[in-house]
Write a protein that binds this ligand. Sequence first.
Ligand SMILES: *[C@@H]1O[C@H](CO)[C@@H](O)[C@H](O)[C@H]1NC(C)=O
Ligand SMILES: *[C@@H]1O[C@H](CO)[C@@H](O)[C@H](O)[C@H]1NC(C)=O
Ligand SMILES: CC(=O)N[C@H]1CO[C@H](CO)[C@@H](O)[C@@H]1O
Length: 410
Amino acid sequence: MQLTNFISLLSLIVAVTAYPFMANYDKMTEVEKREFTETYRRMAKRSAAEISSKYPYTGAKNDGLPGTQVGNVLVPAVGDTDHQYQDPPAGAFRGPCPGLNAAANHGFLSRDGIVTFNELVQAQQNVYNVGYDLAVVLATLGVGLDGDLITTKLSLGGDATSQTSALGGSREGGLATHNKFEADASLTRSDYFLNNGDNYSFNGTLFGFMTTTCNKVFDRACMTKYRAQRYEQSKADNGQFVFLPTALLLYGASSFLYELMPTNGGGPDFATISTFFGAKDNGDGTYSHVPERIPDNWFNRASPYTLTDVNNEINAQYLASPVLFGFNAGYQNFLALNTTTGIVNGKFSPNTANDVACVIQQAVLAAIPSTIQGFITSPLTALAGIAGRINPIFSQTFGCPAVTAGVPLV
Ligand SMILES: *[C@@H]1O[C@H](CO)[C@@H](O)[C@H](O)[C@H]1NC(C)=O
Ligand SMILES: *[C@@H]1O[C@H](CO)[C@@H](O)[C@H](O)[C@H]1NC(C)=O
Ligand SMILES: CC(=O)N[C@H]1CO[C@H](CO)[C@@H](O)[C@@H]1O
């Protein structure tokens, strides 16, 4: 047997063991088998640095499981050469999320920007002390909306379908895919429609607006104000503005500035936020972009940032400045949503703080098709298995009713 065939066979065995439904490999034609093994072999390579026992951080391993949830850890550790900052290598994928870009630039995620579900769960815990429940929910959303359900791979930026998809086929646009995770009215990224489809590049003008609005203190009060400002701006200027219930996640992302980015005991000051966002002050009120990084001498938060915490922050921000959900059908022609799922005449009207969480649960599960198309016919994809953990988390913590995967939110 030639070496390449052997490697193909080996990776196929790995694939079949990891994903039992791939047993219907037998039913493929010879050509399909060759294509499949070749694709899988190419994708099997991983490049995020392992977490060593010498530098355990928040104790999460690359296995999708919880770490210690004990923070106040120096990141990166002194002497941990694997996790020092490096510029992204040529051809690497980076996208709309500064926190994940920074983690990749420090090797907590694959430096090439092609990451797996387990890597996402691990890095969120080890770098930011994101609570395990929230880490699973965000990784499920990311991979489910923008990545591959079988390989559980996701590109942090643009389309890398050839590296993320087991089957080729439908396009996996990565985190930059518009109106999934990436959405209009985000903090520092232009709206898709307004910027010729560049939906994820850092926009220095918007960073400048945010800095001015916040007077360089990026706390909850200011992020609430700036979030509302971005909404009004997009609604007025963008004829294809879309603000669906999943946009509640934008409020979650806003909370990361004051909850996850400050060094333990510190505040969301300009030096910290601009380092994470890769914003370089040009001295004239404009900002250019450099790769995102973790500030020097930075400690992650002491207690985990849980799903309950982010739910409280989303509620606090939304209720302080409630806006209408809906979309523009053309310039300044806003149509509010009116659904039976808690959005009445455009307003989100949560009866309890838990209702926000239940909308997020629906969004997560809507992202996971209950079946996938194509010649792998088993309904149980790798991520559908993971999604099985989602309902119990939300029902235990928030009393949300169970939701079926694959049902669109609106
Ligand atoms: C950045 O955003 C501003 C304000 O929305 C917009 O006018 C500008 O064209 C954008 N610039 C770039 C380079 O994307
Ligand atoms: C929205 O739905 C509510 C309740 O179903 C109804 O009373 C209201 O008239 C609807 N609003 C619009 C603008 O259709
Ligand atoms: C369409 C989409 O979801 N993503 C676009 C985001 O912006 C990049 C860069 O302009 C495009 O290449 C993508 O197609």
